[in-house]
Design a protein around this ligand. Structure first.
Ligand code: ADP
Length: 360
């Protein structure tokens, strides 16, 4: 089916009027940042922050109106107050979504038994590698597993699962998740162009995450693992508020500086009443493949100590090993390619603890 055009989207939006100004939201210049990618449409509606709550139904009508166009799979409309004269300076997160209220209601997701977030205070600590191997370890244990890549800043999960195709519409009209090594996968990367400026991706993230949860045909899942973007800002907070998370795990490398960020992550989840199941120390130590000697490159054991101090579980440690990098970056993560290896065993143990925490 031919890609829907920007003109078609704007035409569909012209039927939606601003209830205060009694004119359509397109002619009023309220639509911005329109993006169309493979049937996924996203845009912002700029509003006066004082009218946030009243404009929420308009946002929904705008989404529905565009959704009715042929060839449209998902629509993400986000209310922003970025350009309003009385608005505060642009920031990510809930401030830009006044329509969402103080504490947005959690989504209702029948069919998905439990949702666990994998978070990290900062990027590059191996959060996505951990998410993928944790999800595969849960699947190896017989669970029905989904993996949702919500990392707007660097969606890498499809590549790590060796997925090369784009998602398609299923018979029910929803998006069919993709299969990677037996787990169902969906990624923000399918909705957001890589070149999209981060400033736009931020405010869009919560809406896009909701789309990925509600418009994807996840079917029956025992557990959905959500790979969150790194960091602990407003955007993460609003994601954690809206998604019915049963718990979170935090990935950190052992150095103090990374652990300080991990602490921020823990506090963030506490703020929104999401239990933190524990810390995982990634790149915990290095086993030299040539001489066999072990070295603690980033020091070692910091996450275990930190977990004790913070009174959360220490879920396990994963060494820095080229095999882990090569297998996950190559689309065949270690738990899938070498399930009997000690590293896979470490991921399995972490998965067991996470599952146990969920039951408890
Ligand atoms: P994040 O999601 O935190 O940004 P990634 O999971 O994308 O981090 O990992 C960053 C890089 O580090 C990737 O190339 C990945 O393969 C590599 N990596 C992650 N964990 C390990 C590990 N335990 N050993 C070796 N390489 C790793």
């Amino acid at each position: 089916m031919a890609e829907v055009t920007a003109e078609q989207v704007l035409e569909a939006l012209k039927v939606v009027d601003d209830p205060f100004k009694k004119e359509n939201i397109v002619d009023l210049g309220m639509i911005d940042g329109l993006q169309i990618k493979d049937g996924h449409v996203a845009f912002t509606i700029e509003i006066d922050p004082a009218q946030g709550a009243e404009m929420e139904p308009i946002r929904k009508i705008a989404e529905d109106s565009v959704h009715a166009l042929p060839g449209v799979l998902t629509v993400t409309a986000v209310l922003t107050a970025e350009r309003a004269p009385s608005a505060p300076p642009p920031q990510e997160g809930p401030q830009l979504m006044p329509g969402q209220g103080q504490m947005p209601a959690k989504m209702d997701l029948p069919g998905i038994e439990s949702i666990v977030a994998v978070a990290s205070g900062k990027g590059g600590v191996g959060k996505s590698t951990t998410s993928v191997n944790l999800a595969l370890a849960l699947a190896a244990d017989g669970k029905k597993v989904g993996l949702l890549d919500a990392d707007i800043y660097g969606p890498s999960i499809p590549r790590m699962l060796g997925i090369t195709e784009d998602p398609q519409q299923s018979e029910s009209g929803k998006i069919a998740p993709l299969d990677g090594h037996g787990i169902k996968c969906m990624s923000m990367g399918f909705l957001v162009e890589e070149e999209t400026p981060v400033i736009w991706r931020g405010p869009m993230a919560t809406g896009a995450l909701e789309q990925l949860l509600s418009d994807v045909e996840w079917g029956e899942l025992d557990i959905l693992v959500v790979d969150l973007p790194p960091g602990t800002g407003d955007i993460h907070l609003s994601m954690a508020q809206r998604v019915p998370l049963d718990g979170a795990v935090i990935v950190s490398t052992p150095q103090d500086i990374a652990l300080a960020d991990a602490r921020k992550g823990l506090n963030m989840f506490l703020k929104v009443d999401v239990p933190v199941f524990g810390l995982i120390e990634n790149m915990s130590y290095f086993n030299c493949p040539r001489c066999g000697e072990r070295s603690d490159i980033f020091s070692h054991g910091g996450a275990r100590e930190e977990a004790e101090k913070l009174n959360v579980d220490f879920l396990g440690e994963i060494p820095l090993d080229i095999v882990i990098r090569e297998t996950s970056d190559g689309g065949n993560p270690i738990v899938a390619s070498d399930p009997g290896s000690p590293h896979s065993g470490a991921y399995m143990k972490i998965a067991e603890k996470v599952w146990h925490s969920l039951q408890g």
